[in-house]
Write a protein that binds this ligand. Structure first.
Ligand SMILES: Nc1ncnc2c1ncn2[C@@H]1O[C@H](COP(=O)(O)OP(=O)(O)OP(=O)(O)O)[C@@H](O)[C@H]1O
Length: 303
Protein backbone atom coordinates (compact mmCIF):
# COMPACT_ATOMS: atom_id res chain seq x y z
CA UNK A 1 0.00 0.00 0.00
CA UNK A 2 1.18 3.55 -0.75
CA UNK A 3 1.24 4.62 2.89
CA UNK A 4 1.36 8.36 2.34
CA UNK A 5 -1.02 8.81 -0.60
CA UNK A 6 -2.31 11.84 1.29
CA UNK A 7 -0.01 13.74 3.61
CA UNK A 8 -1.10 16.49 5.97
CA UNK A 9 1.80 18.42 7.45
CA UNK A 10 1.76 21.05 10.20
CA UNK A 11 -1.77 22.20 9.39
CA UNK A 12 -3.17 25.12 11.40
CA UNK A 13 -6.24 27.30 11.00
CA UNK A 14 -6.53 30.66 12.69
CA UNK A 15 -9.42 33.06 12.21
CA UNK A 16 -8.43 36.70 12.67
CA UNK A 17 -9.52 38.71 15.70
CA UNK A 18 -12.94 40.29 15.42
CA UNK A 19 -14.82 42.79 17.59
CA UNK A 20 -12.04 43.08 20.18
CA UNK A 21 -11.70 39.32 20.60
CA UNK A 22 -8.44 37.38 20.32
CA UNK A 23 -7.79 35.44 17.09
CA UNK A 24 -9.39 32.00 17.09
CA UNK A 25 -6.88 29.17 16.74
CA UNK A 26 -9.19 26.35 15.71
CA UNK A 27 -6.46 23.69 15.46
CA UNK A 28 -2.72 23.70 15.12
CA UNK A 29 0.14 21.51 14.07
CA UNK A 30 -1.99 18.71 12.64
CA UNK A 31 -0.06 15.90 10.98
CA UNK A 32 -1.44 12.67 9.57
CA UNK A 33 -1.27 10.57 6.46
CA UNK A 34 -3.66 8.29 4.62
CA UNK A 35 -2.55 5.29 2.62
CA UNK A 36 -4.00 4.51 -0.81
CA UNK A 37 -7.18 2.51 -0.29
CA UNK A 38 -7.41 3.39 3.38
CA UNK A 39 -10.65 4.51 5.02
CA UNK A 40 -9.99 7.09 7.73
CA UNK A 41 -12.64 8.58 10.00
CA UNK A 42 -12.17 11.64 12.18
CA UNK A 43 -14.19 12.16 15.34
CA UNK A 44 -14.23 14.93 17.90
CA UNK A 45 -16.66 17.34 19.47
CA UNK A 46 -18.38 20.15 17.62
CA UNK A 47 -16.04 23.04 16.84
CA UNK A 48 -12.74 21.15 16.93
CA UNK A 49 -12.29 21.84 13.23
CA UNK A 50 -13.22 18.59 11.47
CA UNK A 51 -15.09 20.31 8.63
CA UNK A 52 -12.34 22.88 8.29
CA UNK A 53 -9.76 20.11 7.86
CA UNK A 54 -11.99 18.38 5.29
CA UNK A 55 -12.46 21.65 3.39
CA UNK A 56 -8.70 22.15 3.30
CA UNK A 57 -8.25 18.59 1.97
CA UNK A 58 -10.90 19.39 -0.66
CA UNK A 59 -9.05 22.57 -1.66
CA UNK A 60 -12.08 24.68 -0.70
CA UNK A 61 -10.36 26.40 2.24
CA UNK A 62 -6.79 27.50 2.81
CA UNK A 63 -4.90 26.64 5.97
CA UNK A 64 -3.18 29.39 7.95
CA UNK A 65 -0.08 27.20 7.96
CA UNK A 66 0.89 23.79 6.70
CA UNK A 67 0.38 21.84 3.53
CA UNK A 68 -1.67 18.96 2.09
CA UNK A 69 -0.06 16.72 -0.50
CA UNK A 70 -2.14 14.21 -2.43
CA UNK A 71 -0.56 11.70 -4.77
CA UNK A 72 2.65 13.73 -4.79
CA UNK A 73 1.03 17.10 -5.58
CA UNK A 74 0.14 19.94 -3.27
CA UNK A 75 -3.59 20.56 -2.90
CA UNK A 76 -4.12 24.13 -4.08
CA UNK A 77 -7.79 24.24 -5.03
CA UNK A 78 -10.78 22.02 -5.82
CA UNK A 79 -10.28 19.13 -8.24
CA UNK A 80 -12.30 16.27 -9.69
CA UNK A 81 -9.67 14.02 -8.12
CA UNK A 82 -11.51 14.61 -4.86
CA UNK A 83 -15.24 13.96 -4.52
CA UNK A 84 -16.93 15.73 -1.63
CA UNK A 85 -20.23 15.03 0.12
CA UNK A 86 -21.32 17.72 2.56
CA UNK A 87 -23.81 17.64 5.42
CA UNK A 88 -25.99 19.84 3.21
CA UNK A 89 -26.47 18.34 -0.22
CA UNK A 90 -25.06 21.26 -2.31
CA UNK A 91 -27.10 20.35 -5.40
CA UNK A 92 -27.89 22.67 -8.30
CA UNK A 93 -31.58 23.40 -7.65
CA UNK A 94 -32.48 24.08 -11.29
CA UNK A 95 -31.23 20.68 -12.49
CA UNK A 96 -32.89 17.29 -12.15
CA UNK A 97 -31.34 14.41 -10.22
CA UNK A 98 -29.95 12.94 -13.46
CA UNK A 99 -28.64 16.30 -14.71
CA UNK A 100 -26.96 17.07 -11.38
CA UNK A 101 -25.00 13.84 -11.66
CA UNK A 102 -24.46 14.14 -15.41
CA UNK A 103 -22.90 17.55 -14.90
CA UNK A 104 -20.20 16.03 -12.70
CA UNK A 105 -19.68 12.97 -14.94
CA UNK A 106 -19.36 15.11 -18.10
CA UNK A 107 -16.81 17.33 -16.35
CA UNK A 108 -14.82 14.25 -15.39
CA UNK A 109 -15.01 12.48 -18.77
CA UNK A 110 -15.80 15.18 -21.37
CA UNK A 111 -15.24 12.77 -24.28
CA UNK A 112 -17.78 10.19 -23.22
CA UNK A 113 -20.80 9.78 -25.55
CA UNK A 114 -24.21 10.75 -24.19
CA UNK A 115 -25.41 7.15 -23.79
CA UNK A 116 -22.37 6.17 -21.76
CA UNK A 117 -22.77 9.19 -19.49
CA UNK A 118 -26.45 8.37 -18.97
CA UNK A 119 -25.94 4.69 -18.16
CA UNK A 120 -23.04 5.49 -15.84
CA UNK A 121 -25.20 8.01 -13.94
CA UNK A 122 -28.13 5.60 -13.81
CA UNK A 123 -25.90 2.99 -12.17
CA UNK A 124 -25.18 5.36 -9.27
CA UNK A 125 -28.80 6.60 -9.04
CA UNK A 126 -29.85 2.96 -8.66
CA UNK A 127 -27.11 2.36 -6.13
CA UNK A 128 -28.47 4.98 -3.73
CA UNK A 129 -32.06 3.83 -4.22
CA UNK A 130 -33.32 6.75 -6.29
CA UNK A 131 -34.54 4.77 -9.30
CA UNK A 132 -37.66 6.54 -10.58
CA UNK A 133 -36.63 9.95 -9.26
CA UNK A 134 -34.21 10.71 -12.13
CA UNK A 135 -36.21 13.64 -13.49
CA UNK A 136 -37.19 15.27 -10.22
CA UNK A 137 -35.70 18.58 -9.16
CA UNK A 138 -34.13 18.90 -5.68
CA UNK A 139 -37.15 20.92 -4.46
CA UNK A 140 -39.32 17.82 -5.08
CA UNK A 141 -37.11 15.56 -2.93
CA UNK A 142 -36.95 14.91 0.80
CA UNK A 143 -33.80 15.89 2.73
CA UNK A 144 -32.59 12.29 2.76
CA UNK A 145 -33.19 11.91 -0.99
CA UNK A 146 -31.22 15.08 -1.72
CA UNK A 147 -28.40 13.73 0.39
CA UNK A 148 -28.43 10.52 -1.62
CA UNK A 149 -28.09 12.50 -4.86
CA UNK A 150 -25.00 14.17 -3.40
CA UNK A 151 -23.58 10.77 -2.49
CA UNK A 152 -24.33 9.35 -5.97
CA UNK A 153 -22.67 12.38 -7.58
CA UNK A 154 -19.50 12.02 -5.50
CA UNK A 155 -19.27 8.26 -6.12
CA UNK A 156 -20.00 8.65 -9.85
CA UNK A 157 -16.82 10.59 -10.64
CA UNK A 158 -14.74 7.80 -9.09
CA UNK A 159 -12.38 10.27 -7.45
CA UNK A 160 -8.92 9.40 -6.18
CA UNK A 161 -10.18 10.43 -2.78
CA UNK A 162 -13.66 10.66 -1.29
CA UNK A 163 -14.21 13.34 1.36
CA UNK A 164 -17.37 12.77 3.36
CA UNK A 165 -18.64 15.33 5.88
CA UNK A 166 -21.25 13.43 7.94
CA UNK A 167 -22.87 12.23 4.73
CA UNK A 168 -25.40 9.89 6.31
CA UNK A 169 -26.55 12.11 9.18
CA UNK A 170 -29.84 13.07 7.51
CA UNK A 171 -30.76 9.57 6.37
CA UNK A 172 -33.22 7.23 8.06
CA UNK A 173 -31.62 4.20 9.72
CA UNK A 174 -32.58 1.78 6.94
CA UNK A 175 -31.21 3.89 4.09
CA UNK A 176 -28.16 4.73 6.15
CA UNK A 177 -27.41 1.04 6.62
CA UNK A 178 -27.94 0.26 2.92
CA UNK A 179 -25.60 3.05 1.83
CA UNK A 180 -23.00 2.12 4.44
CA UNK A 181 -23.05 -1.41 3.02
CA UNK A 182 -22.70 -0.07 -0.52
CA UNK A 183 -19.83 2.15 0.53
CA UNK A 184 -18.08 -0.85 2.07
CA UNK A 185 -18.60 -2.79 -1.17
CA UNK A 186 -17.34 0.07 -3.35
CA UNK A 187 -14.27 0.49 -1.17
CA UNK A 188 -13.55 -3.25 -1.21
CA UNK A 189 -13.92 -3.55 -4.99
CA UNK A 190 -12.24 -0.30 -6.08
CA UNK A 191 -9.73 0.34 -3.29
CA UNK A 192 -11.29 3.78 -2.80
CA UNK A 193 -9.44 6.09 -0.40
CA UNK A 194 -11.80 7.86 1.99
CA UNK A 195 -11.64 10.57 4.67
CA UNK A 196 -14.89 10.84 6.58
CA UNK A 197 -16.26 12.94 9.43
CA UNK A 198 -18.75 11.21 11.67
CA UNK A 199 -20.17 11.64 15.16
CA UNK A 200 -21.23 8.00 15.26
CA UNK A 201 -18.66 5.65 16.82
CA UNK A 202 -20.44 2.57 15.46
CA UNK A 203 -20.31 3.98 11.95
CA UNK A 204 -16.61 4.76 12.36
CA UNK A 205 -15.92 1.22 13.56
CA UNK A 206 -17.91 -0.37 10.75
CA UNK A 207 -16.27 1.60 7.96
CA UNK A 208 -12.79 2.70 8.92
CA UNK A 209 -9.26 1.35 9.04
CA UNK A 210 -8.18 4.19 11.31
CA UNK A 211 -10.00 6.70 13.49
CA UNK A 212 -8.40 10.08 14.20
CA UNK A 213 -9.43 11.43 17.61
CA UNK A 214 -9.39 15.23 17.98
CA UNK A 215 -9.24 16.99 21.32
CA UNK A 216 -11.78 19.72 21.97
CA UNK A 217 -11.15 23.15 20.45
CA UNK A 218 -9.95 25.79 20.39
CA UNK A 219 -6.34 24.79 19.72
CA UNK A 220 -7.56 21.30 18.95
CA UNK A 221 -4.95 18.69 18.16
CA UNK A 222 -4.81 15.01 17.32
CA UNK A 223 -4.95 13.07 20.59
CA UNK A 224 -4.30 9.71 18.99
CA UNK A 225 -5.09 7.56 16.00
CA UNK A 226 -6.99 4.37 16.76
CA UNK A 227 -6.12 1.49 14.45
CA UNK A 228 -9.30 -0.46 13.73
CA UNK A 229 -8.12 -4.06 13.76
CA UNK A 230 -11.56 -5.60 13.17
CA UNK A 231 -11.28 -7.85 10.08
CA UNK A 232 -11.79 -5.85 6.88
CA UNK A 233 -14.62 -8.08 5.59
CA UNK A 234 -16.86 -6.92 8.47
CA UNK A 235 -20.59 -6.39 7.98
CA UNK A 236 -23.18 -4.50 10.00
CA UNK A 237 -24.69 -7.78 11.17
CA UNK A 238 -21.55 -9.37 12.54
CA UNK A 239 -19.14 -6.54 13.38
CA UNK A 240 -20.22 -6.46 17.04
CA UNK A 241 -19.53 -10.19 17.46
CA UNK A 242 -15.79 -9.68 17.19
CA UNK A 243 -14.11 -9.89 20.62
CA UNK A 244 -12.24 -6.63 19.90
CA UNK A 245 -15.41 -4.69 19.17
CA UNK A 246 -16.39 -3.49 22.64
CA UNK A 247 -12.81 -2.83 23.64
CA UNK A 248 -12.44 -0.38 20.73
CA UNK A 249 -15.92 1.05 21.24
CA UNK A 250 -15.38 1.67 24.95
CA UNK A 251 -12.12 3.37 24.17
CA UNK A 252 -13.76 5.72 21.65
CA UNK A 253 -16.72 6.52 23.89
CA UNK A 254 -14.42 7.15 26.83
CA UNK A 255 -12.43 9.55 24.70
CA UNK A 256 -15.52 11.49 23.63
CA UNK A 257 -17.05 11.56 27.12
CA UNK A 258 -13.99 12.62 29.09
CA UNK A 259 -10.51 12.42 27.58
CA UNK A 260 -11.22 14.82 24.67
CA UNK A 261 -11.94 17.56 27.22
CA UNK A 262 -9.24 16.63 29.72
CA UNK A 263 -6.57 16.52 27.04
CA UNK A 264 -7.70 19.90 25.67
CA UNK A 265 -7.22 21.46 29.10
CA UNK A 266 -3.84 19.83 29.66
CA UNK A 267 -0.81 21.31 27.90
CA UNK A 268 0.15 19.43 24.74
CA UNK A 269 1.84 16.20 25.76
CA UNK A 270 5.50 15.85 25.10
CA UNK A 271 4.65 13.49 22.23
CA UNK A 272 5.75 14.69 18.81
CA UNK A 273 2.74 16.11 16.87
CA UNK A 274 4.41 14.92 13.66
CA UNK A 275 3.82 11.36 14.86
CA UNK A 276 0.50 11.17 16.74
CA UNK A 277 0.35 8.00 18.87
CA UNK A 278 -1.31 5.03 17.15
CA UNK A 279 -3.36 2.86 19.50
CA UNK A 280 -4.47 -0.74 18.92
CA UNK A 281 -7.00 -2.76 20.97
CA UNK A 282 -4.31 -4.61 22.94
CA UNK A 283 -2.97 -1.25 24.14
CA UNK A 284 -6.34 0.08 25.36
CA UNK A 285 -7.15 0.28 29.06
CA UNK A 286 -10.90 -0.17 28.67
CA UNK A 287 -11.92 -3.71 29.55
CA UNK A 288 -15.22 -4.83 28.01
CA UNK A 289 -15.85 -7.31 30.80
CA UNK A 290 -15.33 -4.70 33.50
CA UNK A 291 -17.63 -2.22 31.71
CA UNK A 292 -20.53 -4.28 30.32
CA UNK A 293 -22.98 -1.34 30.50
CA UNK A 294 -21.47 0.10 27.32
CA UNK A 295 -22.30 -3.12 25.49
CA UNK A 296 -25.99 -2.56 26.15
CA UNK A 297 -26.05 1.00 24.85
CA UNK A 298 -27.74 1.79 21.53
CA UNK A 299 -25.84 3.55 18.73
CA UNK A 300 -24.15 6.58 20.24
CA UNK A 301 -24.10 10.02 18.63
CA UNK A 302 -22.17 12.76 20.35
CA UNK A 303 -21.78 16.35 19.34
N1 LIG B 1 -15.52 31.97 8.78
C1 LIG B 1 -15.27 31.74 10.06
N2 LIG B 1 -14.90 32.76 10.89
C2 LIG B 1 -14.62 32.55 12.18
N3 LIG B 1 -14.69 31.33 12.79
C3 LIG B 1 -15.07 30.30 12.03
C4 LIG B 1 -15.38 30.44 10.64
N4 LIG B 1 -15.72 29.21 10.14
C5 LIG B 1 -15.61 28.34 11.18
N5 LIG B 1 -15.24 29.00 12.29
C6 LIG B 1 -15.00 28.39 13.62
O1 LIG B 1 -14.06 27.37 13.45
C7 LIG B 1 -14.33 26.33 14.40
C8 LIG B 1 -14.32 24.98 13.72
O2 LIG B 1 -15.42 24.86 12.85
P1 LIG B 1 -15.71 23.48 12.08
O3 LIG B 1 -17.01 23.64 11.37
O4 LIG B 1 -14.54 23.09 11.28
O5 LIG B 1 -15.88 22.47 13.33
P2 LIG B 1 -16.43 20.98 13.33
O6 LIG B 1 -15.54 20.21 14.25
O7 LIG B 1 -16.58 20.47 11.95
O8 LIG B 1 -17.86 21.17 14.00
P3 LIG B 1 -19.24 20.34 13.79
O9 LIG B 1 -18.98 18.97 14.34
O10 LIG B 1 -20.22 21.12 14.61
O11 LIG B 1 -19.56 20.35 12.32
C9 LIG B 1 -15.65 26.68 15.09
O12 LIG B 1 -15.36 27.23 16.35
C10 LIG B 1 -16.24 27.73 14.19
O13 LIG B 1 -17.01 28.65 14.92
Amino acid sequence: MQTDFLKVEALSRVYPASRGQAPLVVFENIHFSIGKGEFVCIIGHSGCGKSTILNVLAGLDEPSAGVVIMDGREVAGPSLDRGVVFQGHALMPWLSVMKNIEFAVKSRWPDWPKDKVRSHCQQFIDLVGLTGAEHKKPSELSGGMKQRVGIARAFSIQPKMLLLDEPFGALDALTRGVIQDELLKICASTGQTVFMITHDVDEAMLLSDKIILMTNGPRARIAEIVVNTLPRNRTRNDVHKDPQYYRIRNHLVDFLVSRSREMAQAPAADSDPRHPPEVRPGEMDDDPIATPRVQKQPAMHLV
